[in-house]
Design a protein around this ligand. Sequence first.
Ligand code: GUN
Length: 285
Amino acid sequence: MAMLISGKELAEKEKEKVAREVETLRGEGIRVKLVVIIVGDDPASKTYVAGKAKDCAACGIESEVVRFPQQTTEEELLEKVRACNEDPTVNGLLVQLPLPKHICEKNVINAIAPEKDVDGFTPVNVGRMVIGESCFLPCTPAGCIEMLQSTGLPIDGKKAVVIGRSNIVGKPMALLLCAQNATVTLCHSHTRDLADICRQADILVAAVGRESFVTADMVKEGAVVIDVGINRGADGKLHGDVDFSAVSEKAAFITPVPGGVGLMTRAMLMRNTLEAAKRQSGRFE
Ligand code: GUN
């Protein structure tokens, strides 16, 4: 039976650490602030943004949620991004995705100042990550690495399989595992013999966006399984990409949904926001 990797516990620890540092900075007269921009009424996005604001409050980070209506133009949004770039009281800035179809996400992300890009989505931060330079790591893959490390098992030399090649999760996840000396296979919708490839994985990361996509027959006995999926099921509850009960019988470690990767994503955002404030105040680490 698999051991649970608790996103709740790990995220709480990380947030406590961030909160202590935020407090120290406050003592030195430095305040930490995150701005989150949301466009439209996507219910999932609204939930995510509320979670981010709640974590900021728990860490002593000031947060401002800027809400734009669905019909906002790209130029209006870009104007706000530019204003935040230039506002010295704003340390971290993120635009919640997805954006309405009439707005080009690439243009908006490209407009965010790399030193405030706490999502790690701008080309500058992505490029730095690829070549292993200091950067803001994207929060979900960074959280997954923390969860893997929490098991105490080595990543070095292991076979890792990532399912899903999104810019936000799959691609950076593969890069971060590679940086930890895993041998990485990045699978996607055109991959042949997916189940065979997954069965070879010591570390299996599912970032597909389909409920119960990873079944027990795709998992090696003793594997570590990281479930990035957050899918609203027909039962109205949240489900991951992994058939949790069946896969738990085979894996050595598994992350739950809810209470898994999602909470670590938020905790990594707090870490990045603190880091942004430290760098902007001249505290390089
Ligand atoms: N939409 C889904 N996940 C994320 C995230 O981590 N950051 C942003 N900005 N939008 C998202």
